[in-house]
Design a protein around this ligand. Structure first.
Ligand code: ZN
Length: 230
């Protein structure tokens, strides 16, 4: 074997070990917090310190047909926690096993799992902000956006501050109109009542994974910056 080949092989091994090490080091603590005939919820905690000042949770997979956020958000949480040691970062991964590909039933089942298992955990965890991830089809809102369906003052204020800094849209709900949305009555209202602020976060479903990753990272960064100063 030539000297050059040897160097290349050693370098490759070094790079592979470094990547593996990074993945092992950044892996969160997983715990199944609830399971029934509809599916399960796994809580993954990526926190690297006992001394955290900001506590953020991200819910992924509630609407099981929405694949982009489900893939991206756990990775974003993992890397955000690595670069922000004073953040407690929790990812609630929802896995719907009953009719995950059926539009109405799959959504209802995911919302039911979040209602039954995430809400009570939010109450126990003293979280500052819960972000519920979604993908949206073309026509359901524009680009990357957040919404505050509960329209509580604290969430609205944070959403206004965050979207002033980043190129996200922000959609408010008309509170005078009664809501028909099951996710508001079944999930969002309960999470806010449990003591957290709440953003619904929408990614355009046709976008690339790379852009979705960077945009989601940006949303976490801006939210973190404002929560830190509160
Ligand atoms: Zn959705």
């Amino acid at each position: 074997m030539g000297k050059k080949t040897k160097t290349i092989i050693i370098s490759l091994i070094f790079i592979i070990v470094a990547i593996l090490g990074l993945f092992i080091f950044t892996e969160g603590n997983s715990e199944i917090i609830g399971e029934n005939n509809l599916g399960s919820v796994t809580k993954v905690n990526y926190t690297h310190s006992d001394n955290t000042t900001v506590k953020i949770a991200v819910v992924s997979g509630m609407h099981s047909r929405e694949k982009l956020h489900k893939f991206i958000l756990p990775l974003v949480c993992r890397f955000f926690a690595l670069t922000h040691k004073d953040v407690e970062l929790v990812n609630y991964c929802v896995k719907v096993t009953d009719s995950p590909e059926e539009f109405n039933r799959g959504r209802a089942n995911g919302e039911s799992l979040v209602h039954d298992y995430v809400v009570s955990d939010v109450g126990k965890s003293d979280l500052d902000l819960v972000i519920i991830g979604h993908d949206h089809e073309v026509g359901y809102g524009e680009g990357y956006y957040i919404a505050t369906p509960t329209m509580d003052n604290a969430s609205v204020e944070l959403a206004e501050e965050v979207t002033r800094d980043i190129d996200f849209n922000y959609y408010k709900r008309n509170k005078t109109k009664p809501t028909k949305s099951t996710s508001i009555t079944k999930v969002d209202n309960h999470i806010v009542k449990a003591g957290s602020l709440l953003f619904v976060y929408e990614i355009p479903e046709t976008d690339t994974k790379t852009i979705a990753f960077l945009q989601s990272y940006k949303l976490l960064e801006a939210s973190y910056a404002y929560l830190l100063n509160q």
